[in-house]
Design a protein around this ligand. Structure first.
Ligand code: PLP
Length: 384
């Protein structure tokens, strides 16, 4: 059966809508400047990466080789021990974080999880799913963990193993928790049993290129790190990466004869196209290309911050952030540019596809609507 005329019209319409919506978004951390035409032919195959990427199973329509290369790339970028790393390509940062926490809980079933109030919303759900007791740590004004509150809170519970969920690039302000500081505090309190998972969904893909470096990786003290693949790198399908220590995953691996592999991943069937997409991106960009993308983003973010300041908007950025934070904008701007807004702030995320001329258009809109902002805010408050 063929699509009817009206179904075909729906498709045409959908494409138009998607095209329009993706031309004006500045508020969500998703890159759009990718071209994966060369791997389109692989959509013909029922690829499924079932099982552990490092253990060959019975099902052969898979892309484990590419998946292993993607993991190796990030293991190196995150300075993992070359003899002690493992990982897999997930369906996104949330699954990668769930895995990091799962691994941590299996190692320390009696632990307490600590995470800051700026932590991504999906983490609470993950902790709930895993049924681990947790404590929320205060954030500083810039969104970074309040280390003093962390130290005091751990001190009161030091009889329990500690799992820390650190964030490298918080959702609203792109603040980066300092993993080496967290590690030093745990050492100082003589907490032997601890695990640090670094949620680097947003900033992990460009973390290695920051200058000066900011501490977040395996050598800084992380036990596992997650990133989202569809954010900075860009992908038509949501995807993510989890890198952990192989020695830790070995302690939870169970063999499954039905698939002839180890059941070490969260889901059974696994997307085999996204490892191919990430592999292709890494091969064509290389470390050099990723670094250039970051430098471009940083330059556009600096420009955006400066232009906003020039028209009297109090915009600011965290160190090495490609996210520009400013007081909440009017509803019309928020809707047109799809700006994420929380409490009293909005942000623009200068992903690699964002250009200075796009920022100019945005600044023009901001200039024109400045008077309206106050009214809008009053409106919001009245209806809370
Ligand atoms: C985006 C993001 C997540 C969730 O990742 P998904 O890929 O959307 O599942 C988690 N944590 C942080 C800090 C993020 O920016």
């Amino acid at each position: 059966m063929e699509l009817t005329k009206s179904d075909k019209e729906l498709l045409v319409d959908l494409e138009k809508k998607l095209q329009k919506a993706s031309n004006t978004f500045l508020g969500y951390p998703v890159s759009k400047d990718f071209n994966y035409d060369e791997i389109n032919p692989f959509l013909k195959y029922p690829i499924n990466n079932l099982g552990d990427p490092f253990e060959d199973g019975t099902y052969k329509v898979q892309t484990h080789q590419m998946e292993k290369e993607v993991i190796a790339f990030f293991a190196k970028a995150f300075r993992a021990n070359p003899k002690d790393y493992w990982g897999y390509v997930t369906n996104g940062g949330s699954e990668s974080n769930l895995y990091g926490l799962y691994l941590a809980r299996e190692l320390y079933p009696k632990a307490m999880v600590y995470y800051s109030e700026s932590t991504h919303y999906s983490i609470r759900k993950n902790i709930h799913l895993l049924n681990i007791p947790s404590i929320i740590i205060k954030s500083q004004d810039n969104g970074e963990m309040d280390y003093e509150d962390f130290e005091n809170t751990v001190r009161m519970n030091r009889h329990k193993p500690v799992i820390v969920l650190a964030t490298f690039g918080t959702t609203m302000k792109e603040a980066k928790d300092d993993v080496s500081k967290i590690k030093a505090i745990l050492k100082n309190l003589a907490v032997q049993d601890h695990y640090i998972h670094c949620d680097a969904a947003l900033s992990g893909s460009f973390g290695p290129f920051m200058s000066p470096r900011m501490p977040f990786d395996f050598q800084d003290g992380a036990d596992s790190i997650s990133i989202s693949g569809h954010k900075f790198i860009g992908s038509p399908i949501p995807t993510g990466v989890l890198v952990a220590k192989r020695s830790n995953r070995d302690r939870i691996a169970k063999g499954i004869s039905y698939i002839g592999s180890l059941d070490t991943t969260i889901t059974g069937s696994r997307n085999g196209h996204s490892p191919l997409i990430l592999w292709y991106a890494l091969k064509t960009l290389g470390t050099k290309g990723l670094k250039e993308r970051f430098e471009h983003s940083l330059e556009v973010a600096q420009y955006c911050e400066k232009q906003l300041n020039n028209i009297g908007v109090k915009a600011w950025r965290n160190p090495n952030a490609i996210t520009v934070v400013f007081p909440k904008t009017s509803k019309s701007i928020k809707n047109k540019w799809q700006l994420a807004t929380e409490d009293d702030i909005s942000h623009v995320i200068c992903m690699p596809n964002v250009t200075k001329s796009q920022i100019d258009l945005f600044i023009e809109d901001m200039k024109n609507s400045k008077e309206l902002v106050e009214e809008d805010i009053d409106f919001d408050v009245a209806f809370l």
